[in-house]
Design a protein around this ligand. Structure first.
Ligand code: PMP
Ligand code: GLN
Length: 386
C-alpha cells in the first residue's frame, strides 16, 4: 500500500515500543532453522481427551457467544478450585471473569483501575505486557530492579518508591523470566507496605501449576491481601494450549465491577466450546495438579544435561523457564550473545536485559524447557559445545 504519511498527524501512543522480543526471537529461530527455546510455549501436544471434549462441544452446537464473564459452569468449577487450593470463598457470579488469556486480563484490569497519573510499581525484569498496558491507561510505571542470581524483591527500595500517587503493585509469582517464587516474608512485607493505604495488587500467577521441589505457591488469594488483589491465571500454561488464549482473573466484586466494564468492550466474551471443555477437564483435579511434577522433570532433565556446559545457573523454582549465565563464555552483551547463539549455534533464547527498563545486562539468557526431551537433548548438545 502506498500512503502519503506526511499528511497525517499521527503521534504514536507508544513511541518506544518495538515488536515483542518473543516474536523477534521466534523469527530468528525460523530463519536460522534453530531450536527454539526462546518464546515460552510447549512443542508437545495437549491432552487428546481435552481436544475430544472441545470437539464434542463444537459438534453439540456450543458455538455462539458465551456469557460475557464466562460460562457459569466453568466459573463455578474455578471457584471450587480456588476455594480448595487457597481457602478463600469466591463468588462465581461476581468475582471470576474468563478472559482471552492472561494478557487480556492484565490489560483489562489495568485499564479498568489505573487513571491518568497513577503510579504502578513494576519489578524488572518484567513480563513485557505490563508497561505498555500501564502507559495506555495513562499511568506511570515505577521500576524496581531485581538482581541476580537470587532476584529477591528489595522491599526497602519498594518502600522508598511508594508515593501518594502509587495505585498498584504488579507481582508475578512464579516469576517469568527469573523462575523465582515469593514466600511468606514477601507477603508480610506487602502487608506492611499496603497497610492503611489504597494500593492495589495485580498478581500474575499464570505459572501457579509450575512449582518445583515441593515448594508452595503463595497465591495472593490465600492471603489477607485478597481484598485489594486481582489474581490472573492462564489455561494456556496449565493445559499446554498457549494458542487457545484463554485464562481468567479473580478479584473482589468492587474491583471486578470495574474490570468487567472494560472487558465487555475489549472482547465481550471468550470462545465458548473451549470453556465447556476446560470445565469438564478440570473436574479431574489430576489434570492440573500433575503439571508441576511434569515440568520439574523437564527442568531436571535439561539441567542435568547442561551441567556439562560452561553456562552457570541456579535451578528454576517455578515457571517453565531457566536462566543461564554465560559470563564464563563471553563478554558480549546478552542481546548480541543471543543473536550469535541462534545464528551460529542453532539455539534461540531470550536475552534478559530486554525485560529491564534500564536494560540491565547481567549476561543472562532465558531458555524455555517446555519442550520434548528430544528437543532439550539436541539443544543441550549444541549449548555444551560452546
Ligand atoms: N504473564 C506471564 C508472566 C506470562 O509468562 C504470560 C505468557 N507466557 C502471560 C502473562 C500471558 O499469558 P496468556 O498467553 O494466557 O495471555
Ligand atoms: N509468555 C511467553 C513467554 O514469556 C510468550 C508470550 C508471547 O509470545 N506474547 O515467552
Amino acid at each position: 500500500m502506498i500512503a502519503n504519511t506526511t499528511q497525517f498527524d499521527l503521534r504514536s501512543k507508544l513511541p518506544n515500543i518495538k515488536e515483542s522480543i518473543f516474536s523477534v526471537m521466534s523469527q530468528h529461530a525460523r530463519a536460522n532453522n534453530a531450536i527454539n527455546l526462546s518464546q515460552g510455549f510447549p512443542n508437545f501436544p495437549c491432552s487428546d481427551q481435552l481436544i475430544a471434549l472441545v470437539n464434542k462441544y463444537m459438534q453439540e452446537g456450543y458455538n455462539q457467544y458465551a456469557p460475557a464473564y464466562g460460562v457459569m459452569e466453568l466459573r463455578e468449577t474455578l471457584a471450587q478450585k480456588v476455594n480448595k487450593q487457597y481457602g478463600i470463598e469466591v463468588k462465581p457470579e461476581s468475582e471470576i471473569t474468563v478472559t482471552a488469556g492472561a494478557t487480556q486480563a492484565i490489560f483489562t484490569a489495568i485499564l479498568g483501575l489505573i487513571r491518568e497519573g497513577d503510579e504502578v510499581i513494576v519489578f524488572d525484569p518484567a513480563y513485557d505486557s505490563y508497561v505498555p498496558s500501564i502507559k495506555m491507561a495513562g499511568g506511570m510505571p515505577i521500576h524496581v530492579s531485581l538482581k541476580g542470581p537470587d532476584y529477591k524483591i528489595p522491599w526497602d527500595e519498594v518502600k522508598k518508591k511508594i508515593s501518594f500517587k502509587t495505585k498498584m503493585i504488579i507481582l508475578n509469582t512464579p516469576h517469568n523470566p527469573c523462575g523465582t517464587c515469593i514466600d511468606e516474608d514477601d507477603i508480610e512485607q506487602l502487608k506492611i507496605i499496603t497497610s492503611g493505604n489504597n494500593i492495589l495488587i495485580l498478581s500474575d500467577e499464570v505459572y501457579e501449576h509450575a512449582i518445583f521441589d515441593d515448594n508452595k505457591h503463595y497465591s495472593l488469594l490465600g492471603s489477607d491481601l485478597a481484598e485489594r488483589n486481582i489474581s490472573v491465571f492462564s489455561f494456556g500454561k496449565v493445559l499446554h494450549t498457549t494458542g487457545w488464549k484463554i485464562g481468567y482473573c479473580v478479584a473482589p466484586n468492587y474491583l471486578m465491577k470495574e474490570i468487567r466494564k472494560v472487558h465487555q468492550f475489549n472482547v465481550f466474551s471468550v470462545n465458548t466450546p473451549m470453556q465447556y471443555a476446560i470445565n469438564e477437564f478440570y473436574k479431574n483435579e489430576g489434570n492440573y495438579s500433575s503439571v508441576s511434577n511434569f515440568y520439574e522433570q523437564k527442568r531436571d532433565f535439561f539441567l542435568n544435561l547442561m551441567k556439562e556446559s560452561r553456562f552457570s545457573f541456579v535451578p528454576s523454582a517455578g515457571t517453565y523457564f531457566q536462566l543461564m549465565n554465560y559470563s564464563d563464555i563471553s563478554k558480549q552483551s546478552d542481546v548480541d550473545f543471543a543473536l550469535k547463539l541462534v545464528q551460529e549455534h542453532g539455539v534461540a533464547s531470550i536475552p534478559v536485559s530486554v525485560f529491564y527498563n534500564d536494560k540491565t545486562d547481567e549476561k543472562v539468557l532465558r531458555f524455555c524447557f517446555a519442550k520434548t526431551d528430544e528437543t532439550l537433548e539436541k539443544a543441550a548438545e549444541k549449548l555444551c559445545k560452546i
